[in-house]
Design a protein around this ligand. Sequence first.
Ligand code: NDP
Length: 278
Amino acid sequence: MQIIDGKAISQQIKDEVRDKVAALKEQGKEVALAVILVGNDPASTVYVGNKKKACAYTGIRSESFELPEETTQEELLSLIDDLNNREDIQGILVQLPLPKHIDEKSVINAISPDKDVDGFHPQSVGRLTIGEPGFLSCTPAGIIQLLKRSNIEMEGKHCVVIGRSNIVGKPMALLMLRENATVTICHSRTKDLKEITKQADILIAAVGKPKMIDRSYLKEGVVVIDVGIHRMEDKKLCGDVDFEDVKDMCSAITPVPGGVGPMTIAMLMKNCADSVSL
Ligand code: NDP
């Protein structure tokens, strides 16, 4: 059984980005990311801090906008408009979730698709759907990298994705399709979930339910990708998959922590560096 090492693979990607950013600098091109945080949600503050750290590591200049909770939607949209028009900013990231009085959809739609390094803009999603180059949603794009760099074949394999959110499940399914897998998407209304997941050669769990996937969902030799991240009462992290229960049935599996988690920021850095050439 292979444990897919997201820590090592994400490091490799960050190093590649650092080299690319350095090469761009030599050509006189700087890569800069604007990071916008509204309010002081503790988890979001940690995520933003980690993104800024990754920027510092890769040589990407990060410009931080930490706005108070009571910022209005108009104020936020006006900041995004300024950043869209600034030539010295290549990527714009708005940390989600936003305070309740701000409409997330309007904010995502306001970001120029050319600077949409999170890959959430409808134009980025549309490009992915019809197979044109564009920014890819970071977590699913990171999963493709995990599989490729672990030499796991996707072509012709039956990939079952559990979850159909706009940020993970749907783009994940589209990316697996692009890799020529045969894809099934399951969700909360799926009937006989286990009957379907037992057919998976590659199972991607993005359900948001701690340890829901145990061995009764799997067939022998499956590759399991666990997207879930949950903080348990004992402060330990776990995923959507019951790792200890399933590990001896899998040919490969991502652990939590150290699997999918570190890939998201690495792919964000890659999107920023690629923004110069897209
Ligand atoms: P959402 O809550 O948006 O989506 C969960 C999906 O799972 C929905 O499509 C839902 O179906 C489906 N679902 C829920 N319960 C069941 C069930 N019992 N059986 C089958 N399907 C079910 O979550 P996200 O996609 O945002 O995230 C999924 C997980 O990944 C979370 O644990 C999150 O923390 C983690 N995550 C990790 C990231 C990382 O960097 N590693 C990044 C983003 C997320 P329906 O649509 O019908 O409601």
